[in-house]
Design a protein around this ligand. Structure first.
Ligand code: NAD
Length: 486
């Protein structure tokens, strides 16, 4: 706790390997505040030797960790969750400082993380195998569910603290150990997490943390022969690279990748509800969420009143430096590359015939990576803004004449993570749920998943999934036992 109060530190951060903070790094990297562009800390960039130290520590610790009763492993997780709650305010400030989300959202992220760890701990008494009937007399067949061994969690920057738990909690409760590599954009919250873990009695080597870039540290981890599962959340481009790297050892992968979520608004929708839910899904975390509404298909008969509502909400959005200003809806984008990507998406849409109704440029008079909340109409299926992930506070809108057209346009995408439909007609809702080819569909509500659900993308949005029972079992493998007896 004392240590957490000192974040961000003036000195350098150290990796957490085998239960200790160690000085093994070769290089270090700057971490900046995206709202002010100030460099706030330096963190290690770990190379092959350091990654190997971390993996070997996890490998050494795993057999004893697996042998502990699951309920004991759950006790360790609950202790970590309690530490997170005790330090929620300080952790939230740190997340806001390095990532730029507004403080109330950072606090939600921290508390949700603690709840998620507790939720996964509850599975300790529910990890189940199967007993099968045999074709042979006097034989029993058991399917045991066992841990994979050493797992690796490679994280993005958008919900950096929660993503630690999304990898670590299911891995640990099922008897795996883990090496986490946070995003180089937002590593400080992960180092703070390691300090909280160091204050608990978690056995050394069960959780390890290595800082660094993706090209160096991430690639070393994904390609390490002693890693049994690489659980990755990030972009499609990096997901492909990880798949290639992991292929050298035929290592299992779990990929949670990008999205281009469609939101369908039908003629009979409650337009106030639809506009607010789509708006909330677009400005939360400054539009940098994998499951955010990224494109809207609105029925032509209600396009006018829907546009009035969503444009008003976008215009009323307050944004700025979340540590210096109060009552904001959103902060800055994460970095220069993110800002350039959003700007290019809007400029591309303009050039292709899209009309910017509000916003449409980088916010002036501010130091950070701020982009104006933007609505673009007259969009068509062939425009890049309707096909590529924007990851910013920009809402492109296309009008449609039927549910069937909206569903067809929605499905015609490389991405297949989340989708939503707004309608008061049960038959339309059920037809959409039947025909939309996505991992998740939200009916008459904002895009946001529950920890007991299953968050999994179709097509290029990923392989495998997270959360709930099915997410838990991604961290296990099956061992079939054939027992011949008298
Ligand atoms: P990113 O792919 O740039 O980076 C993610 C992580 O991968 C970072 O830790 C990075 O250092 C590492 N990395 C980069 N190159 C690597 C390599 N060659 N080998 C190994 N590791 C490497 O993604 P990002 O910009 O941090 O995150 C934004 C993306 O994440 C968006 O596309 C978003 O949709 C997606 N995302 C998906 C989910 C989901 O659940 N599906 C959740 C959050 C974010």
């Amino acid at each position: 706790m004392q240590l957490l109060r000192e974040h961000p530190r003036s000195g350098e951060y150290r990796n957490f390997i085998d239960g200790r903070f160690v000085d093994l790094q070769e290089n270090s990297l700057d971490v900046a505040n995206p709202a002010t562009l100030e460099v706030i800390a330096r963190v290690p960039e770990s190379g092959a030797r350091v990654v190997d130290e971390a993996v070997q520590a996890a490998k050494k610790a795993q057999p004893a960790w697996e042998k502990l009763p699951a309920i004991e492993r759950a006790r360790h997780l609950r202790t970590i969750a309690a530490k997170v709650r005790e330090n929620a305010e300080a952790l939230a400030r740190l997340i806001t400082l390095e990532q730029g989300k507004i403080l109330p959202l950072a606090l939600v992220e921290v508390n949700f993380t603690a709840d998620y760890i507790d939720y996964m701990a509850e599975w300790a008494r529910r990890i189940e195998g199967e007993v099968l009937t045999s074709d042979r007399a006097g034989e029993s067949i058991f399917l045991l569910r066992k841990p994979i061994g050493v797992t690796a969690g490679i994280l993005p920057w958008n919900f950096p603290f929660f993503l630690i738990a999304r990898k670590l909690a299911p891995a640990l409760v099922t008897g795996n150990t883990i090496v986490i590599k946070p995003s180089e954009e937002t590593p400080l919250n992960a180092f703070a997490f390691a300090e909280l873990v160091a204050e608990t009695d978690l056995p050394a080597g069960v959780f390890n943390l290595v800082g660094g870039t993706g090209a160096k540290t991430g690639a070393e981890l994904a390609g390490h022969k002693d890693v049994g599962l690489v659980s990755f959340t990030g972009s499609v481009e990096t997901g492909k690279k990880i798949m290639q790297t992991a292929a050298s050892n035929l290592t299992r992968i779990n990929l949670e990748l990008g999205g281009k979520a469609p939101a369908i608004v039908l003629a009979d929708a409650n337009l106030d509800l639809a506009a607010k839910a789509i708006y909330d899904s677009r400005v939360i975390n400054t539009g940098q969420v994998c499951n955010c509404a990224e494109r809207v298909y609105v029925h032509s008969s209600v396009a006018g009143p829907f546009l009035d509502r969503i444009t008003r909400l976008m215009r009323e959005t307050r944004y700025g430096d979340p540590l210096a200003e109060q009552d904001l809806h959103m902060g800055p984008l994460i970095n220069r590359a993110g800002l350039d990507k959003v700007s290019a998406a809007v400029e591309g849409a303009r050039a292709a015939g899209g009309e910017v109704v509000t916003g449409g440029k980088q916010a002036t008079g501010r130091r950070g990576y701020h982009y104006e909340p933007t609505v673009v109409v007259n969009c068509r299926a062939d425009m890049e803004i309707m096909r590529k992930e924007v990851f910013g506070p920009v809402l492109p809108i296309q009008t449609v004449s039927s549910l069937e057209e909206a569903v067809e346009l929605s499905n015609d995408s490389d991405y297949g993570l989340t989708s939503s439909i707004f309608t008061n007609d049960l038959n339309s809702a059920m037809r959409a749920c039947r025909d939309l080819r996505f991992g998740e569909t939200y009916v008459n509500r904002e895009h946001f998943e529950a920890m007991q659900g299953f968050h999994a993308g179709r097509r290029k949005s990923g392989i495998g999934g997270a959360d709930g029972k099915h997410g838990l079992y991604e961290y296990t493998e099956t061992h079939a036992i054939y027992l011949q007896h008298g």
